[in-house]
Design a protein around this ligand. Structure first.
Ligand SMILES: Nc1ncnc2c1ncn2[C@@H]1O[C@H](COP(=O)(O)OP(=O)(O)OP(=O)(O)O)[C@@H](O)[C@H]1O
Length: 250
């Protein structure tokens, strides 16, 4: 067992070891991930950054069990997921992973409250009302719970998506460009919440972003270039992230 994986369950929420992902075959094959080893601490907010095509989305999809891998291992909360079957993966994604996407992905016919609780309902789990109330109040959604997504602003819809991601108390929340469709004020609110969910509520968040300002909300930035790990920054600022990206030719 590698050093990266040995502390799973105590301090590491998600870890990849020697991760390889190849798209296509023969001459046209692309090694989107070429031996990536990286660990994500529990109770921390980590941003994944890098130039376009560096493998950020591929890494997130492989870490979240949304895509199969061609080599290496991924641990989520102590479970090695690359060898799991479809049923087990579905269960893992449903019970132990939360997602926030750029496009919100709320069901239009359901109220905000029903959207937040849908995953738990499908899993046959009872919501923890105290936790639900905490999240709803922190996100300022109390007076929006009976509204449908079309009756909410973009920022409010993304806050509903954040609540939905957190309501099952997952091992990790993956956020894929969560502010990509928001104006800067709504984006800042969502980032504030993601940071607070880590600092105050003890959640673990891994976010892919192009935006150095968004990345500056994280505790740590992991940099990718050409499918390789290309460095990391602790306690990032927008300036330090921008400088690192420039160095990578982004
Ligand atoms: N389904 C696919 N089929 C073939 N190649 C793919 C596929 N998905 C990604 N790639 C390639 O894999 C590499 C990594 O892509 P990926 O989307 O992970 O990068 P990224 O850093 O998220 O890029 P961006 O910042 O532009 O979203 C790129 O060269 C891309 O063209």
């Amino acid at each position: 067992m590698s050093a990266l994986v040995s502390d799973v369950g105590t301090r590491t929420a998600v870890a990849a070891a020697n991760l390889v992902k190849v798209y296509g075959k023969g001459d046209t094959a692309v090694r989107a991930l070429d031996g990536v080893s990286v660990a994500f601490a529990a109770g921390k907010f980590t941003a994944i950054m890098g130039p376009s095509g560096s493998g950020k989305s591929t890494l997130m999809h492989c870490l979240a069990g949304l895509d199969n891998v061609d080599g290496g291992s991924v641990h989520v909360g102590g479970t090695e997921i690359t060898s799991l079957g479809d049923k087990e993966l579905t269960k893992l994604r449903r019970d132990r992973v939360g997602f926030v996407f750029q496009a919100f992905n709320l069901l239009p016919t359901l109220t905000a409250e029903a959207n937040i609780l849908l995953g738990l309902e499908l899993a046959g789990r009872k919501p923890d009302r105290e936790w639900f109330d905490t999240i709803v109040d922190v996100l300022g959604l109390r007076d929006r719970l009976k509204h449908k997504p079309t009756e909410l602003s973009g920022g409010q819809q993304q806050r509903v998506a954040c609540a939905r991601a957190l309501v099952a108390r997952p091992d990790v929340v993956f956020a894929d460009e969560p502010t990509g469709n928001l104006d800067s004020r709504s984006g800042a609110e969502v980032l504030d919440f993601l940071r607070m969910s880590v600092r105050k509520l003890g959640q673990t968040v891994i976010m892919v972003t192009h935006d150095p300002v968004a990345a500056s909300y994280a505790d740590r930035v992991v940099l990718l270039a050409d499918g390789h790990l290309a460095g990391e920054i602790d306690n990032p600022t927008a300036d330090s992230v921008l400088a690192a990206l420039k160095h990578l030719g982004a």
